[in-house]
Design a protein around this ligand. Structure first.
Ligand code: F6R
Length: 605
């Protein structure tokens, strides 16, 4: 949430900042701004509402410099406006600051220290930059000491800060707690960013910052100190990513590209996590820790939580290990009763979700073993868990998650098989996951190749619909939640995913003439039941549609997917729903990749 970039020591600062912000736009897009200084006495502050393109249009050729900071905002405190956009600045325009996070005690700080200060915005961030200025002026502190003193006052807050003192402009002051931030090491210049892809044109070598650290960055030096003031030395990590991986190429939207990439992601997971013989291929230490657990706790948010619901079915069926799935934001503060030997699995595409991270901090404090399954190497959840598995899905840029969901399910499936084998469960031994992932990849491709027909379905039944339902039982019910989330978040159709048998206990009252109700039918045991629940909605005027596994199909079914093992059918049944959501949004003329009110990588709780 909110993207931050900074650079010092490069005459191309303006272009570096704008390009970086473009790459981070998925983190927030309600307003954006840059502050640039040329070290010759000229500086520029430009902020605009809306997308980065509005900001770019406002940056004229006169704007130049070698040091600067930039921000793309997802509003927390204060409405979307130019005044509330970052950089925020001190009353005397000496200090400029960008921030990702939330300052919990900003009202108290304002009342205690800044009663005489005139504020230009409604943001919590402005309090921080005004405080630095206040301590420099009233206590004669150096900028660094005033910054440190201010950091010490921010109780329980989450922040990634990047600040410039316009009187000593080639230095960037950086600090982080809970919100992600990286320092990139360039040639004669250094950069700062929320996420490595933003700066791959400048460098592939990054330093991860830890909570409580403060960093002073000049063109040729980076000095990190910890919260006790001790110097920290840290080795950079190398990001081996081709910048073109983050481009959308000839696709109109990232979401369509990412849907199309799914078959290859499954193949990649199969080749990474299984041997040619079909056996799972994981670190023995991790498997042994998992094997000792008497209960698995899967934690995630949004789509990752939905992938966890599928994981539960797989761990319970293949390994016979009781598994609970928790919404991270609920788990963090609920203090649930745990089993004697819990093992935590964190699912997170970004590896930065604040709600999930809060749970991991508590898990680590209690010394419980944990595994993060994420798409982003060196992300916070990656670094802080006992074990990690990467999704290998390639960057996911569209705000609506697609390939991360199917990748998470595929990795969980291999892991559940591995655990089931250790526990000598016949069902796991007979489950040829490598072969099944291959079948799933081929089945996915068939759905993707039929996208023209799915667009027609979207146009006919969803584009004008005020509401829609996906229903199913068991594993199909979990997919119905994800299918509905996709539709509502990018097309603004009020959609619900529902247990099909539960509909008649109240929610069926919402069915009206023409309401689309999609039955997901992939499980033999419940197929007839879901079909009869669909009939009940049709009797009340619903437009019934189906996504059905071939072996269970009947004449008149809407979308038929190929047959794969019933445990991994979500890999196929979700794809038509992703495409329905995509084409509904597209045909409503909406911005598919950047739906209203949202941002990718939710780094505030
Ligand atoms: C929905 C979506 C979100 C994320 C959620 C968790 O399409 O993208 O619901 O799944 O914010 O994000 P990660 O997986 O990065 O922890």
């Amino acid at each position: 949430m909110c993207g931050i970039v900074g650079v010092t020591g490069n005459d191309n600062a303006v272009q570096i900042l704008l390009k970086g912000l473009e790459k981070l736009e998925y983190r927030g897009y309600d307003s954006a701004g840059i502050y640039v200084n040329d070290l010759q006495g000229n500086d520029y502050l430009i902020k605009r509402k809306g997308h980065i393109s509005n900001l770019e249009a406002a940056v004229g050729p006169e704007v130049h410099g070698s040091v600067g900071i930039g921000h793309t905002r997802w509003a927390t405190h204060g409405v979307v406006s130019v005044a509330n956009a970052h950089p925020q600045f001190s009353e005397d325009h000496r200090f400029y600051l960008v921030h990702n996070g939330v300052i919990e005690n900003y009202k108290e700080l304002k009342a205690t220290y800044l009663s005489d200060t005139t504020f230009a915005s409604q943001t919590d961030t402005e309090v921080v930059v005004q405080l630095v200025d206040h301590f420099v002026r009233t206590q004669n502190l150096s900028t660094r000491d005033a910054f440190l003193k201010t950091l010490g006052l921010l109780e329980g807050s989450s922040y990634a800060f990047l600040m410039i003192d316009s009187l000593d402009p080639d230095t960037l002051y950086v600090a982080k707690s809970k919100s992600p931030l990286l320092v990139g090491l360039g040639d004669g210049c250094n950069v700062v960013c929320s996420d490595a892809p933003a700066m791959l044109d400048v460098t592939h070598d990054f330093l991860a910052l830890h909570d409580g650290e403060m960093v002073t960055i000049k063109p040729n030096s980076v000095e990190i100190i910890d919260q006790n003031g001790n110097a920290v030395s840290r080795k950079p990590f190398h990001v081996d990513m081709d910048p073109s991986e983050t481009e959308k190429g000839t696709y109109p939207y990232y979401m369509l590209k990412e849907i199309d990439e799914q078959p290859n992601v499954l193949r990649k997971i199969a080749s990474t996590y299984t041997k040619e013989s079909g056996e799972p291929n994981f670190d023995d230490k991790m498997l042994s820790a998992l094997n000792q657990a008497d209960r698995i706790y899967i934690v995630g948010a949004g789509t990752s939580y939905h992938a966890g619901l599928v994981g539960k079915k797989m761990f319970e069926k293949l390994a016979h290990v009781p598994t609970e799935v928790h919404i991270a934001s609920e788990f963090a503060y609920d203090d649930p009763l745990l089993s004697k030997k819990p093992f935590f699995i964190f699912l997170s595409q970004s590896g930065e979700t604040a709600d999930s991270r809060e749970v991991l901090v508590n898990v680590n404090a209690k010394d419980y073993p944990s595994l993060t399954i994420t798409n982003v190497e060196n992300s916070t959840l990656y670094r802080e868990a006992s074990y990690t598995l990467l999704l290998h899905a390639g960057p996911e840029i569209s705000v609506a998650s697609t390939k991360a969901y199917t990748a998470q399910i595929a990795v969980e499936a291999v892991l559940a098989k591995a655990l089931g084998e250790i526990k000598e469960q016949t069902i796991a031994e007979d489950f040829d996951i490598r072969q099944q992932l291959g079948f799933a990849a081929t089945g996915m491709q068939a759905i993707i190749d039929d996208k023209g027909r799915i667009e027609n379905i979207a146009k006919k039944y969803f584009v004008k619909a005020p509401k829609a339902f996906y229903i199913g039982r068991g594993i199909d019910q979990t997919v119905s939640l994800e299918a509905a989330l996709k539709l509502k978040e990018i097309s603004y159709v009020h959609a619900e995913g529902f247990a099909s048998g539960e509909l008649k206990h109240g929610t069926i009252a919402l069915i009206e003439e023409g309401t689309p109700v999609v039955g997901i039918i992939t499980q033999k045991k419940t197929a007839a039941l879901t079909r009869s629940n669909l009939q009940e909605t049709m009797s009340r005027g619903a437009q019934a549609l189906t996504i059905v596994r071939q072996g269970l199909s009947q004449p008149g079914d809407t979308i038929v997917t190929t047959d794969i093992n019933e445990l991994i059918t979500p890999l196929l049944s979700v794809v038509p729903a992703q495409l329905i959501a995509y084409f509904t949004s597209l045909n409503k003329g909406l911005d598919v990749d950047k739906p209203r009110n949202l941002a990718k990588s939710v780094t505030v709780e």
